[in-house]
Every structure is written in structure tokens, then in C-alpha cells.
Design a protein around this ligand. Sequence first.
Ligand code: FNR
Length: 370
Amino acid sequence: MNATPQARSAANRIPTDIHCAQDYEARAREAIAWPSHEYIAGGSGSEATLRANLAAFAHHSILPRLLRDTTAGHTRVELLGRSLPHPVLLAPVAFQKLAHPAGEVETARGAAAMDACMVCSTLSSCSLEDVAHSAGHDKWFQLYFQPARAATLDLVRRAEAAGYTALVVTLDASIQAPSIRSLRAGFQMPPDVRPVNLAAYPVPPQVSLEPGQSIIFQGMMTEAPTWKDLAWLIEHSTLPVIVKGVLHPDDALALRALGVAAQIVSNHGGRSLDGVPASLRALPAIRAALGNSYPLLLDSGIRSGGDIFKALALGADAVLIGRLQVHALSVAGALGVAHMIKMLREELEVCMALSGCPTLADIGPEILFD
Ligand code: FNR
């Protein structure tokens, strides 16, 4: 039975044995039904990329500097014309009712309490309007291109009307790569957890294949976006368009040339193409290609403030948190989400203070040992 863990949400308090942000990971194993937990925690294929993400952060050490005055220190960052109090954003994560009966609305409340920008997924299990209502000022909508342009455009208009301030277009998951781990765990989406934002759009007729044609290329990939679609979207959106899922510097340059306002270096937390490099390893070349002033974010594998520090050192302006957000949500609802963000921020501040970096701008590659 694949029940959502309703009972757990009643315990809307922080367990006494949470001592760092990552402690929510272990606690979530008890809070989320096992198949759902495996769906959330797992990666695609052999999980090589999932492991690579974590290993990339572990690889780097911090080489601190002594006697620097950090008493005017802060974690503020300018992003797309906004001053954010810290560089910790919540990544788009679908189907959060798997982790908490109030789903993304609960997460949004936690993010708002910490002035964190939340990115609401196209595949959220609460409506994008309800999520916007609970979120703070800084909220972005993650857009998956839909098979019909009319549906894509309707999502854009709804996001604009709901008060989202940017669109995050995810381009690294045109088809879903299977997660062997969640298949083995017998995961099936519970009937009460649905992509409600898409409910009103007609389901396109199934492509009929000729003999010898591929279900992937001539089937599913016929609905995948191309450069033309992205150009069309930029033309039709009143919101700045951010692209998520960038790993190649040449793509980064082409995206910027097309008018993309910011980019997220990401491998989808190791959930899309297995075998791609850790986002952290891809980051320096992309930062070098784009130069220092272009807004660049990173996700995939961040579990601590130390990891955030390393991502900033290698060129990110800010980071997004995926799994930890759902883990904290499952353990203590909005309070857990807010607490997890607070802990990450404080872990980052400890790194900054002890390494002699009073501001995010002071965190450069030279502060890493290798
Ligand atoms: C995701 N991610 C994701 N990304 C996206 O653009 N749209 C989506 O709907 C989802 N859904 C989703 C569900 C679940 C359960 C997870 C764990 C992740 C990917 C997410 O935005 C982010 O890229 C990764 O989660 C970052 O890696 P970490 O922080 O989980 O290691």
C-alpha cells in the first residue's frame, strides 16, 4: 500500500535530533512511505550521476584565510534585479503531496518564512495559484513545455497572473529516464497525488508508429522542445526566462544569445540522463564562458552550507535545494522547510566567517584547496 504519510504531518515540530540540515535526510526515511521515499531520494539508471554530485562536493576542501575582519558580513545577493537576503532557493520538486498532505503550499509557507525564493513545478500536486498565494514575494514558476503550444501559453499566462516573477524552463528532461530504484521499490503514484496544473488541458492523441519506428525518437521525442520553441517562449513571456539543466558551455552561450535571463547548471539531481558529470564539475567552464556578471545558479547534490560555499566559490551566484526541501517537509511541514533553510544559511555563514569571506563576492576559486 502506497499511502501518503498524513499522520506524520501532525507532528509540526522540529525533532530534537536534527543538528544540521542534512539530518532531515535520515529522518525522512521514517516520515515518507518507503516506495515514495525511493522515488524522491533515487536517481536514474545506475545512479552514477547521483553519486557523482555528492562526490564532487566532497572532493573540494576549503583553504581559509586568517585575521580578516568579517564583522560587516552578510549573505545578501542581487539576482534579476532583486536583493535576496541569502542565496538559498528551493528547486522545483514535483508531487510534494507524496511527502506531506498539504504539499507545495506547505513548502511555500516555509520558504516565505525564510524569505527564500521558491520555484513551483509544473507538476506540483497543489495548483500553481495556491502555491503562489502562500509563497513570499520571490517566487518563480518552473515550466515544462506541453505538447500543445496553447497549453504552454496558458501555463505562462497563469504564472504571470498568479504573481510569479520569472519562468524557469527545464530542458534536461524531455523524456523521463527510468529510476531503477523506484521501480524496484514498487513505486506507483498514489491516485490522490496528481499534476493538478495540467488537469484542464486535453491529453494529446497517442502517436501511431510505423513499423520499424522508435517509440523514443518518433514517439516521445516528437513532443520535446527545440531551440525554435524556446525562442517562441521568450517572445511570448512577459517574465524573464531562466533555463534549468545547462551542462555545456556552448549551450550556455547560445542560451544567453537567445535572450535567456539566467541559467541553472543542473543535472536534475541525477534524475535525468545517468552518466553526465556532476553539476559542480560543469560549473567552472560555464562561468568562464559567460563571464562574471551573468546570473548563474547551480543545483544537484547540495546537502550543507559547506556545499553552498563551494558552489559559490566555483562560480554560482546562488543555489537551489531539491531533495532536502522535501525531506524537511515530510518531517516537520513548513516549520521543517524553514528550519532546513535557516540551518543551511547558518552553515554557510560559519564557513564564510571561518574562512575570512565576509560577503558572497569574497568567495572565489582561490579559497578552495583544489
Ligand atoms: C525533481 N526535480 C525537478 N526539476 C524540475 O525542473 N521540475 C520538476 O518537476 C522536478 N521534480 C523533481 C521531483 C523530485 C522528487 C526531485 C528529487 C527532483 C529536480 C530538482 O529541481 C533539482 O534539480 C534536484 O533535485 C537538485 O538536486 P538535489 O538537491 O535533490 O540533490
